[in-house]
Design a protein around this ligand. Sequence first.
Ligand SMILES: [Zn+2]
Length: 431
Amino acid sequence: LLFCNIDILDEQFNLQKNRFVGVAGGRIDYVGAVKPEKRYEREYDGAGRLLMPGLYNSHTHSPMSLLRGYAENMPLADWLNKRVFPFEAKLEAEDIYNGCLLSIAEMLRFGTVSFTDMYYMGEEVAKAVIESGIKANYSNGVSCFDGSDYRDLPVYENNKRLIKNFHNAADGRFKVDLCIHGEYTSTPKVVAGVAEHAASEGLNTHVHISETKAEHEACKTRHGKTPVEYFRDLGLLDAPATAAHCVWLENDDFDILREKGVTVASCPVSNMKLASGFADVPRMLRKSVRVAIGTDSSASNNNLDMLKEIHAFCVASKGAFRDPEAVSPAQALEAATARGAAAQGRADCGVLKAGAKADLIVLDARAPHMHPAHNMANNVAYAASGGDVLLTMADGRVLYREGEWLTIDIEKAVFNAGESTAAVLKKLNGF
Ligand SMILES: [Zn+2]
């Protein structure tokens, strides 16, 4: 495919007008101002359109689309214990698949090409990811409240099976990470076990860290150290790690995250909606901590629109820390693309340059809210939303184009998600 006469956001998120971008064999093989001599199978007329890197959602729980709008306006503990956990306890394998596929359809619609997921029944997520053409790093959430060894928990066998059957499946589109749900839902023994497993298999890790003040303070009381120190001491951060939230970091936490090369997946909308607080992203960036962006689940957001999340990421940082210079659009766009890709261990992804994997999206640049374009990166970060996405391509394959999902039967996906939701409610309510 050759994108013709299209405006692009380059690696620094500067606008270049009327470019030609060639895609072959899953990669970008040409970027230039003149039409290449090489023939491509198809040409795409880019007039009035903007081509940019595809978006990486660095923290979500994709099957939770079934809980969108189900639990609202309540404290986190009640939200979890009274609404989310009882609902999740009734989910069957096909419900996990249906919820995940609904989320994938939404993500493709809004320009996301890859996501970092944490849930359970990973085989179902793998199936949906592989069929749909999107990419994902997936991990089974590990929790433990007793004295068990990680290797004695059922999830250890699940993880081993998942790694054997699905790690790097579909040409590397699906990767398996290892996960600890959080400090408050685990024991030091289990954390150390997961860290050891990740080291022996060379896998990434994924964990929730310091999402709420209560959780952060309780960890200090229990262990005499912050959650970041706790996970560092148990080896979990020796793997390439993604730490979601990091709202309540203090003192040395920032330096530890930088030294360990941890990527923080900041989820500003979920943190605001659940009233958890504001992650100090400006300080993270000043301290050269790697920062990516996640939506968290549709139960706490309630959408997976990464362009909206980029907007929140910029304005929440400015507002909360009273600094209008904090978090530029270019920093936010880098966090939502190249940083997310790197955190997933996909170093050749998430950038618009020759040689990179073709993870690309096209935005409608003719819409009223995209004019005038004094600075296109500003418009993308502050004025655009997922509804402006016209095309989503992952690894060189077009997966969504102007109202059509090329790999998903969208009516069936929406219908099945509705059926799953109804089935769960029936079990919960007994009628
Ligand atoms: Zn989460």
